[in-house]
Design a binder for this molecule. Structure first.
Ligand code: NAD
Length: 499
């Protein structure tokens, strides 16, 4: 009997009661190893009620004590890192080194959350008027919810619940149904770290669970990360129901390569950024834009032999650069995009579609693909592919290259490779994208800055984590106070006037 994942509600693991299940694959072997119960509306409501019940006491817990739970949680993640990485690699298919990266980048948000007493201190103005002082505080919202994608099952949940809970909220997480093991394990560790029951709940599920969250009146804020159409849907439905929503979507990040870039370094950067984690990263770099024909020719010439050296393998193979895709359906979709690229007239220089790993023929593997002469009008350029496919779009000038990411529907990340500071600065200033790398291929901001794209890569105003996370998960209250001389607490209350 395959293991069936349930939920984590009110401080404990609970079996699901629904008659609907999702398959959880091991993508390296291409077989269903576990199933997950897909929550009913009642189950989601129970998790929200548990969080609502926990809110008064948790929000009244002083920030230093809340931080102590975060410190302990950080220790527990470190102590269980190998187990978590193994679970990620088993269900997601990313190689162990990438799985450790997934944990590490989430852990760094928890480290920032340990500093919550300082971050949530509020502001004070002494003497804003005659004997009048003004202070403002950031109070938690109540029950917050997070809906997360399959590709970072540790990092993205921690981006969300780390900041939400540290600021005094309680939380309901609805992780991806494709790799539910780690979010559930994180909830167990969070309890072990000393969090009271109900502060962090996990419900597994699909659209039914998402809609139940979006429609529940007790949910004050929703943080979403996933594909853009669903992000837009979550943003629209959540805000229509009066909730605060931040919804991060898909991406198509460009890497602009100027003729003065260190081409050997660029090639190595592209290999990691385009093919790492099988291209299933929202900060992957699937579009390379060399400026000038000779830059493009050199790039292609140097890339091909390096791509051919990439090792695709099972997620536990320490020598593999990347593992399988998440599912057979997703691999088929990526392969369709590759065929579409050929039909659209791009030149397929490396074709990894027929790749099969000996002994793992049922695994969802795909070899790396490289396209040259991709143009702006192609559907395969306009859309997110989310697989091991690198597209080279040749630009004649710097201006033409900068215009590409600026005009693109997505605006998550972008990078420029050059040794010219002036061009780099101009580029960073002008480009209409939320996160920019200068000779940095994957510019995911460190945890004390914040993460967020522009255009169809993010709906809503607030970024994830850092001070932006504190702002998203709190509301400001401003108090204007005056204590006139000679009055005691028993004196008549006088409302200050403008005189
Ligand atoms: P997805 O949009 O399919 O799923 C994300 C979440 O939405 C999951 O929890 C899923 O259960 C839920 N969901 C799916 N269909 C739904 C529906 N019809 N109604 C309501 N909820 C629904 O995304 P995915 O395939 O899990 O993840 C890959 C996508 O996420 C890519 O597009 C990638 O670029 C994006 N992503 C973006 C960021 C970012 O920060 N911008 C980070 C990681 C991933």
């Amino acid at each position: 009997m395959a293991q069936t994942y349930g939920h984590f509600v009110d401080g404990t693991s609970v079996a699901g009661t629904s008659d609907r299940f999702g398959d959880v694959y091991n993508p390296s072997i291409g077989e269903v190893e576990k199933t997950v119960s897909l929550a009913t509306v009642d189950e989601v409501n129970a998790a929200i009620e548990s969080a609502a019940k926990a809110f008064p006491a948790w929000s009244a817990t002083n920030p230093q004590r809340r931080a102590r739970v975060m410190f302990k949680f950080k220790e527990l993640i470190e102590a269980n890192r190998d187990e978590l990485a193994r679970l990620i690699s088993e269900e997601h298919g990313k190689v162990i080194a990438d799985a450790h990266g997934d944990i590490q980048r989430g852990l760094e948000v928890i480290e920032v959350a340990c500093g919550i007493p300082h971050m949530q201190k509020g502001e004070y103005t002494d003497g804003a008027g005659p004997e009048i002082d003004v202070y403002s505080m950031r109070q938690p919202l109540g029950v917050c919810a997070g809906i997360t994608p399959f590709n970072f099952p540790a990092m993205i949940p921690m981006w969300m619940f780390g900041m939400a809970i540290a600021t005094g909220n309680t939380f309901v997480l609805k992780p991806s149904e494709k790799d539910p093991a780690v979010p559930l394990r994180l909830a167990e560790l969070f309890m072990e770290a000393g969090a009271p029951e109900g502060v962090l709940n996990v419900v597994n599920g699909d659209k039914v669970a998402v809609d139940a969250i979006l429609d529940h009146p007790a949910v004050e804020a929703v943080s979403f990360v996933g594909s853009s159409d669903i992000a837009h849907y979550v943003y629209s439905r959540g805000t229509a129901n009066g909730k605060r929503v931040q919804a991060m979507g898909g991406a198509k990040n460009h890497g602009i390569i100027l003729p003065d870039a260190d081409m050997d370094q660029v090639v190595q950067d592209l290999l990691g950024a385009a093919y790492g984690s099988a291209g299933e990263r929202c900060m992957a770099l699937p579009v390379a834009v060399p400026v000038g024909q000779s830059t493009a020719d050199t790039l292609i010439e140097k890339l091909i032999p390096e791509i051919e050296k990439l090792k695709v393998g099972v997620s536990t193979d320490p020598d593999a650069h990347y593992g399988p895709l998440i599912s057979e359906a997703h691999r088929a979709k990526v392969q369709e995009y590759v065929q579409m690229g050929v039909d659209e007239g791009a030149k397929l220089v490396v074709d990894g579609r027929d790749f099969s790993l000996q002994g793992y023929e049922k695994g969802f593997f795909m070899g790396p693909c490289l396209f040259d002469h991709v143009t702006e009008d192609m559907k395969t350029y306009k859309e997110e592919i989310f697989g091991p496919v690198l597209q080279v779009v040749r630009a004649e000038t710097f201006e033409e290259a900068v215009a590409l990411p600026t005009k693109h529907q997505y605006g998550n990340g972008v990078a420029i490779f050059t040794s010219n500071g002036r061009f780099a600065r101009q580029f960073a200033h002008k480009v209409q994208v939320g996160m920019v790398g200068i000779n940095v291929p994957i510019p995911v901001p460190v945890s004390y800055h914040s993460f967020g794209g522009w255009k169809r890569s993010a709906f809503g105003d607030a970024n994830q984590y850092g001070m932006e996370g504190v702002r998203f998960y709190t509301k400001v209250k401003t108090i204007t106070q005056r204590w006139p001389e000679g009055q005691t607490e028993d004196s008549a209350f006088i409302i200050p006037t403008m005189q």
